[in-house]
Write a protein that binds this ligand. Structure first.
Ligand code: PLP
Length: 410
């Protein structure tokens, strides 16, 4: 395997034209699109249009004239296409944390005889924090039951379980749950299924309707390339949309502009909105989602699998005996679009990599995380990234004092 082989793969890549659609600094290899997606070229122009023309000129009239009022549903339905949801079941709104709160709360209300939320100890912490906070708020014997691995799920399912909340692709390891089989097992125990798709949407093919998922949430700023702090999304299967939302804000009211004194919930997915959508952020998110919708998810997955395999092959051959361990499943079918390596010096190693132009990230306590975003990652980037990693390890560049200081955001 030579660098020329990677150049050939890039030439034949059907997704190759998409890279041109992103602003990426020259000379930088960006393997962190799973944490903050890259900036689509069209975003700045779209934001200029929304600010100057829609906001600046059309002002308040934009809510009707420029479709601002429907933007959560419009962008939500587009995200629905990425996750396999028929229209009318997905909204872009709020943050993932808040959507977890809405979905968990509704699921518990739908299951009044049951008191247990099942999740994973290794889940993204905010999901667990929200569950804890909700339980504290509800009182009445609710409890969070944590499992340590997928094998523990069957034993955790009993008649007390109201809802199972799992992150489809684990943020730290990249391990992927079987969405359909897990949902089926959870339903078999009479519980509801809430999926967090933060590391899945835009990265792996998804079919939430076919799987029979009850609720799903996910992020706009990761693989959807919606920009820092982009609105998140919430999927509520049509059969559950009548449930009670805990955040009964006016955008979820049946007639927001009737300004009635009492809350009267809207029918359908609109009920799952709370307050005024962030139009600027939504507009940026829509550009990212539109771009993804132009690509074939099957091609994205195929390229992602190939890039992950290439990365692992190159690490095995060029970083032998460097003390790097694979912290992701070795079976590609059980991984999302990221590879994690562990090393006890993971923090300074990642700092050294970033200083040499290879941007991944660090996850405590010892994980080096590399995300592969096939819309804009080239096979040559994979080659070059491993060459830099090998140099950082062999020459022990990570030992330099400037790479030892911990920053707030890792
Ligand atoms: C990134 C991520 C979040 C982030 O939630 P915010 O409310 O957007 O900060 C939540 N859950 C998972 C699984 C994530 O990966």
């Amino acid at each position: 395997m030579k660098r020329e082989d990677c150049e050939a793969l890039d030439r034949e890549d059907p997704l190759r034209p998409f890279r041109e659609q992103f602003e990426l600094p020259a000379g930088l290899i960006y393997l962190d699109g799973n944490s903050l997606g890259a900036l689509p070229r069209a975003t700045a122009a779209r934001l200029a249009e929304v600010t100057r023309r829609e906001w600046g000129q059309d002002l308040i009239g934009s809510w009707n004239r420029n479709g601002w009022v429907d933007i959560p549903q419009r962008v939500g339905d587009k995200i629905g296409r990425l996750i396999g949801a028929a229209p009318g079941q997905t909204v872009a709104a709020d943050s993932t944390s808040i959507n977890v709160y809405k979905a968990l709360s509704a699921a518990l209300k739908l299951q009044p005889q049951r008191r247990v939320i099942v999740s994973e100890r290794g889940n993204f912490p905010t999901d667990l924090y929200i569950a804890e906070g909700l339980i504290a708020q509800l009182g009445g014997g609710y409890q969070l039951r944590l499992i340590d691995s997928p094998e523990d799920l069957p034993a955790a399912l009993d008649a007390s379980v109201a809802v199972v909340m799992l992150t489809h692709v684990n943020y730290r390891s990249g391990r992927l749950w079987d969405l359909a089989a897990t949902t089926q097992a959870v339903h078999g125990a009479g519980a509801l299924m809430l999926w967090d798709l933060a590391h899945s949407a835009g990265a792996v093919p998804l079919a939430v309707d076919d799987a029979g998922a009850d609720f799903a949430v996910g992020c706009g700023y990761k693989y959807l390339n919606g920009g820092p702090g982009a609105p998140a999304f919430l999927y509520v299967a049509q059969r559950h949309q009548h449930a009670a939302t805990p955040l009964s804000g006016w955008f979820g009211h049946a007639a927001p502009f009737a300004f009635e004194t009492g809350y009267r919930p809207a029918e359908g997915i609109a009920r799952w909105l709370c307050g005024t959508p962030s139009v600027l952020a939504m507009s940026a998110l829509e550009v990212g989602v539109d771009l993804l919708l132009e690509a074939s998810m099957a091609q994205l997955r195929a390229k992602s699998l190939r890039q992950c395999e290439l990365f692992l092959f190159l690490v095995a051959s060029q970083c032998k005996d460097c003390g790097l361990q694979l912290a992701s499943p070795s079976d590609a079918a059980r991984r999302g679009s990221q590879i994690c390596l562990s090393h006890e010096q993971a923090w300074p190693i990642m700092q050294a990599l970033i200083a040499q132009g290879v941007v991944g990230d660090f996850r405590a306590p010892d994980v080096l995380r590399f995300g592969f975003t096939p819309l804009y990652t080239r096979y040559c980037d994979v080659w070059d990234a491993v060459a830099v990693l090998s140099r950082v390890m062999r020459q022990e560049i990570w030992r330099r004092p400037e790479y030892q200081t911990r920053l707030v955001v890792t």
